[in-house]
Design a protein around this ligand. Structure first.
Ligand code: NAD
Length: 427
């Protein structure tokens, strides 16, 4: 199997381990809250971890065994919510961290969910559609003891999409003998998905960037934007920021990126990818590596690929004024300290990319009620919640003299720990 290299071009070091990062961030918030030891202990462990090794018949008749995971970090505030990732880099430490970050994101945005995440170690670009479908259906079957619209509700993440969610939902429904659209979100609209879900995360990134521009006194129109990862989140953010008048100076995918100080048209980049299968070779732009893209001069840097990209090794060379974290965990704690010292504003993942889970929540509510809202209604509710969350975190962080990340986590951890203490320790 082809292995992807990390986008910043170097293997992750121990300090960049995602679970270690998530714990460091959590303990910082726990210190501020003077959280009781027992509560701290509970929240620094995932509640449930599931590892499965399952066979898939490949197109050539051979059988391969894949490793899949699902981690439920906390069910204190409700059923768990979080994406499914298909990537060669999937490992337990990554899934654990992503599950914990989902707990904080849901708590911060007042959604009635705990956090979860799942993944299969595979390279979906090397699988046929039939292989991907069989892998998804078998993985969904392996997760059956956990899944359910009142238990654990997956959504798309890196390497998965609405079609994967449709196979997951269909498999679950076949086993139950009736259709259960609410068991996943991010489905196609034709089978109970929500208008606006596909664009929701990128739309939220655009909204928080616009809010951050106001705070920083940056003219949003004409501002320069570099986007790492031109997938669902990154490409939507690029399209919407371009439509809002920003200049998209650089974009990338897993293979590398392009840079054009005069600005790129994201729609033309999309057409080029559709025609050639890659961002590489886009006419009129210079080739850059993913590592170089992070360091181009711009007002907004939007990491929208994977975690651990902005580290202690490159944070001093970042030239953006604001980092808007479309990805989960793109900035390590070492880098956070450097960026803070340099006065670079970091809009953390739990705020910047919350649009996805917010509209997933809208989708779940619509499915449970079998009553669907218009795209205008969805986008208006999303806008209101994103702006409210950003401003609340900003005000609280200023009051506490902490970064937006620590402020957001203090807020979220407090909500979860209060609920934990109210519910008590069973038995
Ligand atoms: P995607 O699979 O649609 O796109 C991922 C992009 O990143 C692609 O361009 C891919 O080529 C690139 N990429 C993948 N691996 C890479 C690597 N090792 N180095 C550099 N680039 C790489 O995924 P997505 O759904 O857009 O998710 C991107 C990020 O946003 C992830 O961190 C995910 O957890 C986060 N996120 C996604 C959602 C959502 O609704 N999809 C919601 C919240 C957060």
């Amino acid at each position: 199997m082809m292995m992807e290299t990390p986008a910043n071009g170097r293997p992750p070091g121990p300090r960049d381990d995602p679970w270690d990062m998530a714990l460091q961030q959590f303990h910082l918030a726990a210190e501020h809250l003077r959280l009781k030891r027992g509560v701290r202990e509970v929240l620094s462990h995932p509640q449930r971890e599931f590892k499965v090794n399952f066979p898939v018949e490949m197109d050539d008749g051979s059988v391969r065994v894949f490793a899949g995971y699902r981690v439920l970090h906390s069910t204190v505030l409700g059923p768990t919510k979080g994406g499914l990732r298909y990537s060669p880099l999937v490992r337990i430490s990554e899934v654990r961290a992503l599950a914990m970050w989902m707990t904080w994101k849901c708590a911060l945005t007042h959604l009635p969910y705990g956090g979860a995440k799942g993944g299969v170690a595979c390279d979906p670009s090397l699988l046929s559609s039939g292989e991907l479908e069989r892998l998804t259906r078998r993985y969904a079957t392996e997760l059956a003891p956990l899944s359910g619209d009142r238990r654990d509700i997956p959504a798309p993440d890196v390497g998965t999409n609405a079609q994967v969610m449709a196979w997951f939902m269909d498999t679950y429904s076949m086993h139950h003998g009736f259709s259960v659209p609410s068991v996943v979100t991010g489905k196609p609209v034709s089978i109970g998905g929500s208008a606006g879900r596909q664009e929701a995360t990128g739309r939220g990134v655009m909204i928080t960037a616009r809010e951050a521009a106001e705070v920083r006194g940056i003219a949003f129109v004409g501002s320069r934007v570099a986007v790492q990862g031109f997938g669902n989140v990154g490409s939507t953010a690029a399209h919407l920021m371009h439509a809002a008048g920003c200049r998209i100076v650089a974009v990338s995918d897993v293979r590398g990126g392009i840079y054009s100080p005069g600005g790129l048209d994201p729609a033309a980049v999309r057409r080029h990818i559709d025609a050639t299968g890659s961002i590489e070779g886009f006419p009129g732009a210079d080739a850059v590596s993913n590592a170089e893209l992070l360091e181009v001069p711009c007002e907004f840097l939007v990491p929208a690929a994977i975690e651990g990209q902005i580290t202690g090794a490159n944070a001093s060379r970042i030239r953006a004024q604001v980092i808007v974290e479309g990805a989960n965990g793109p900035t390590t704690p070492d880098a956070d300290r450097i960026l803070d010292d340099r006065g670079i504003l970091v809009v953390p993942d739990v705020v910047a990319n919350a649009g996805g889970v917010i509209v997933s929540y809208f989708e779940w509510v619509q499915d449970l009620q079998s009553y669907f809202w218009s795209e205008e209604e969805i986008n208006a509710h999303l806008e209101r919640l994103m702006v409210h969350t950003f401003r609340r975190v900003l005000a609280f962080s200023r009051e506490q003299h902490v970064s937006l990340r620590t402020g957001a986590l203090i807020f979220a951890v407090k909500r979860v720990s209060d609920a934990l203490l109210t519910r008590g320790v069973y038995p």
